[in-house]
Write a protein that binds this ligand. Structure first.
Ligand code: C2E
Ligand code: CA
Ligand code: CA
Ligand code: CA
Length: 279
């Protein structure tokens, strides 16, 4: 103990209460925030390493709280998952992403596919597939322009049900990716049953690929395994040219990260795509 026991306990309890109160406050203000338009999406471009083209973006949710300012998704998504508000919020994300992507098909500088993150509790809703189908039809977006990013833990929590849903989504023509690949503790057996298109190597591996031989080996193994299963492999969190060259050299298909671009507003994305097209 660094301080006298009683005082440090009081200090700790006060901290805990403040933290709990803030979490409650955030959680309670999400529904109103959605009504007020405090949530919006940013779009991070993904680069095809074979021909250097940008053909897709990932939609990333942002929340500007009226009093507290920007709240990072790593803080509010877990709260929304706990309270169940993620169901509504996730539906809003999907509808907004599909509508935006459909608008790009009409007047954007180039057609882009959009990748949308899906929470486990959202995916487990009985009407998840219907919800996706409605988001597509009401936006007019063709299914082959939508990709869903799912996590390993989501897929293995109820394998039979997940398999059925994935087959339905796949038969609609939607792309399916495993997000944060390599961080789950699952067996890899599920990979051969599920109709997947892409593995996304988690940025925790990419971060140290040049300095940590273990991370380099894991990254190489994921690329090799992905390819032998006929999956595309994308690396996230690429921040430097050296990391990019490493991945390119190992045959990684695509990359996403600050080295190419941070997540952008709709307007800035348009500027980014237009500038690349002019090169
Ligand atoms: P994620 O799906 O793994 O998304 C990648 C995160 O890495 C994003 O953080 C992105 O901004 C960040 N990133 C991109 N490039 C780089 C880079 O080069 N270096 C580093 N250090 N980071 C990079 P963000 O936007 O803060 O999102 C955090 C997490 O919140 C996401 O991780 C995802 O799990 C969750 N999330 C975001 N939007 C949604 C959503 O609409 N629905 C759900 N269910 N989850 C979401
Ligand atoms: Ca993601
Ligand atoms: Ca990740
Ligand atoms: Ca994630």
């Amino acid at each position: 103990a660094k301080r006298s026991g009683k005082n440090s306990f009081r200090f700790y309890a006060r901290e805990m209460n403040a933290q709990a109160a803030e979490m409650l406050r955030l959680d309670n203000s999400m529904p109103q925030g959605l009504v007020n338009g405090d949530f919006y999406l940013h779009y991070q471009p993904q680069l095809n390493l074979e021909d250097n083209s940008v053909v897709a973006v990932e939609a990333l949710l942002r929340w500007r709280h009226p009093e507290l300012g920007m709240i990072p998704p790593d803080r509010f998504i877990p709260l929304a998952e706990e309270s169940g508000f993620i169901i509504k919020l996730g539906e809003w994300v999907l509808r907004t992403a599909c509508a935006q992507c459909a608008a790009w098909q009409q007047d954007g500088p180039a057609p882009l596919r959009i990748a949308v993150n899906v929470s486990g509790c959202q995916f487990n809703e009985p009407d998840f597939v219907d919800m996706v189908s409605t988001a597509l039809s009401s936006s007019g977006l063709s299914p082959e322009y939508l990709e869903l990013e799912l996590t390993e833990s989501l897929l293995i929590s109820n394998e039979q049900q997940a398999l059925q849903k994935l087959q339905l989504l796949k038969s609609m023509g939607i792309y399916l990716a495993i997000d944060d690949f390599g961080t789950g503790y699952s067996s890899l057996a599920y990979l051969k049953h599920f109709p997947l298109d892409r593995l996304k190597i988690d940025k925790s591996f990419i971060n140290d690929i040049l300095t940590d031989p273990d991370d380099a080996a894991i990254t190489e193994a994921i690329i090799a395994m992905g390819h032998s299963l006929k999956l595309k492999v994308i690396a996230e969190g690429v921040e430097t040219r050296e990391q990019l060259l490493f991945l390119e050299d190992r045959g990684c298909d695509e990359m996403q990260g600050y080295y190419l671009s941070k997540p952008l507003s709709e307007h800035d994305l348009k500027v980014f795509i237009t500038a690349r097209a002019a090169d």
